[in-house]
Design a protein around this ligand. Structure first.
Ligand code: ZN
Length: 284
């Protein structure tokens, strides 16, 4: 059964280990090779993260949606982080068109799904309705739970809830509010409160998570944990522990989020609890 997140219930910490943008030059702790990714995720898992949000890179550190790399990463994570929820990215920085869903036949527990378009720092983040429908249908076919990436309020209203009503997405929804991407929604508490209130109103059985970019990350961790939601951290979104201090690892950022859970008397979800809350299959 899906549970409405309780203010004092377990909080799921998602770690976004690599992303498409940060490189070793920005922070040497960004895991880029599959071996580094597995090691970094294992440390984060031990620190309390129970969802691993994953992108893969090629030999030059550039993002790719190569299914073979995703397969090796998934296999390594299943071996070294047993039970952890594996979420693969179908984001638009790693490929175009149907390439973006090429890893879905691997049947990860979850995949990210961007349901609408908006501006990014230097480009349009284009998610055409026909491509979104195709990615959603692939997720349905391979029993992959989508995480709806809400870069804008319309992504919750028009796209996610309407798609669920039309049978294109299986509920209960898991929605992630992404705040602080330049040219998209800022890190703003009124907008955050509106997002939370909106999800509760129009998708009462949905679970939700807050993700802030750069210095907004720890703020979004705190807002989400205080409001009874789940939260995301990791080097994909933020390279620093504080002003001028590079994060030494993904695990260090996870520890920050876990400390905030303690402050608000929220237990950090175990992987079993995370799977139950997200209505995922229990691991073998
Ligand atoms: Zn991502």
């Amino acid at each position: 059964m899906a549970e409405t997140p309780q203010k004092n219930g377990p909080c799921i910490i998602c770690v976004a280990i690599t992303g498409s943008v940060p490189r070793k030059e920005h922070n040497p702790a960004v895991p880029v090779t599959i071996a580094e990714q597995i090691e970094s995720t294992q440390e984060a898992f031990e620190a309390g993260a129970t969802i691993a949000h994953c992108h893969v890179r090629d030999e030059e550190q550039n993002p790719t949606s190569d299914p073979e790399r995703f397969a090796r990463l998934k296999e390594g994570l299943e071996k070294h982080c047993p039970g952890m929820v594996i979420q693969l990215s179908t984001g638009g920085r790693s490929g175009t068109g149907h390439e973006r869903g090429g890893m879905l036949p691997l049947k990860p527990d979850m995949a990210s799904l961007s349901v609408g378009s908006n501006n990014f720092p230097t480009r349009v983040y284009e998610n055409r309705p026909d491509l979104v429908d195709w990615l959603a249908s692939e997720m349905m076919q391979y029993d992959v739970k989508p995480e709806i990436e809400a870069f804008d309020a319309s992504h919750i209203f028009q796209e996610a809830v309407k798609m669920q009503a039309e049978g294109k997405l299986k509920g209960p929804l898991h929605v992630q509010f992404v705040m602080g991407v330049k040219n998209a929604m800022p890190v703003d508490k009124h907008v955050f409160d509106f997002y939370v209130e909106t999800v509760k109103r129009i998708a009462p059985d949905a679970t939700w998570c807050g993700a802030g970019i750069a210095q907004g990350q720890i703020m979004l961790n705190e807002w989400s944990i205080a409001a009874g939601g789940h939260t995301r951290t990791g080097l994909e979104d933020n390279l620093r522990l504080g002003k001028g201090v590079l994060a030494p690892s993904n695990a260090a950022l996870v520890k920050k989020a876990a400390e905030l859970c303690e402050k608000y008397e929220r237990p950090v979800a175990t992987w079993q609890q995370a799977r139950e809350i997200l209505t995922l299959r229990q691991a073998a």
